[in-house]
Design a protein around this ligand. Sequence first.
Ligand SMILES: *Cc1c(COP(=O)(O)O)cnc(C)c1O
Length: 410
Amino acid sequence: MKTIDYNNYARHYPDSEGYFGKYGGKYLPGDLQEAFLEAEAAYQTISKTEKFISELAKIQKEFQGRPTPLYHCARLSDLLGNRLQIYLKREDLNHTGAHKLNHCMGEGLLAKYMGKKRLIAETGAGQHGVAVATAAAYFGLDCEIHMGEIDIVKQAPNVAKMKILGAKVIPVTFGGKTLKEAVDSAFESYLKNHHDSLYCIGSAVGPHPFPMMVRDFQAVIGREAREQFIERLGRLPDTITACVGGGSNSIGLFFSFLADPVKIVGIEPLGSGPKKGEHAATLTYGRPGILHGFKSIVLQDDSDLAAPVHSIASGLDYPSVGPEHAFLKEVGRVEYDTVNDQAALEAFFFLSRTEGIIPALESAHALAYAIRRARNSNHHETILVNLSGRGDKDVDYIIEKYGTEYKIKR
Ligand SMILES: *Cc1c(COP(=O)(O)O)cnc(C)c1O
């Protein structure tokens, strides 16, 4: 296997065609190629300028509330035996309550510099739609969010937020009427409108340049966390971890640590079990394939179609994963493990009760991995968990389904 120089990693991955090893690229009809090429050219020039970089830094500080804190879970670590010390990177304190705004503000600023007047995006559970609508409002851009009719009914509070923020929510009425069709619908609109619009993807997925662009904008997480951890403890964490849906909060944390002697673990949702349709653990159970215009690992049924997926965390149920994760797994730099619905639920309540922080169910997956490690640890070590978002959005669902008296085992 080719050895990778992680000190110069960013220069070679992705390559000029958008590949991380054999994953990534741009699989699109000819007329749509052009729109993505324009976005790539703009990104490669505009986003590297002093002016863009300093304006984005100012936005992160004054609008988003960055840097987000690094927090030591002293009570939780103590209750788990005090060998593994758990630290959180508090992306839940980022404006709008999750990491997604990190790349949406970057993409919005790029759209402004490109002279575009509209942001176009798809959304599933609505979290990405709210982040894009927020960015559009900030930059004074029009905003068009494509959303499956079924999701519109299920995610009424997020639909209301998008509308309050001034976005136009476009119901997608064909096929399964959920995320997959919403992507098709948003691509179609981008094709028609790319002269005055920029597409704004929801994770480190999609055709080149989006996996790279989203990674670069999300990398602020790991950059800050690495510095904060060293400043606080005088050394690096032993392990870092984050949940993996499409892979944006995780690659955002991992990127700055790739060259370090740090164990890196991505956590996939095992849902209610390992059978097809019960989970969304793409890297664990999937195989190479092409979905939504890029090559990666895809959860497929026997006829090579994207398989149905499930997770208690709606932000994690995607049947593919960012191409960079497929690559980092293949070369062995990042390990991928799984956490099921039950363990994520337990972590959700455990953190809420012991630390006063209600985590998003997505983030609870990464935390559940840390809790499992803490219970089995027999020496002193540290773990840094990316708390990608806050759990306010999950409270109604949890109360309805599980009540508030959840019993935690020790
Ligand atoms: C959307 C979301 C995720 C999953 O997306 P990634 O691209 O894998 O990071 C994780 N956590 C929260 C809070 C989310 O809203």
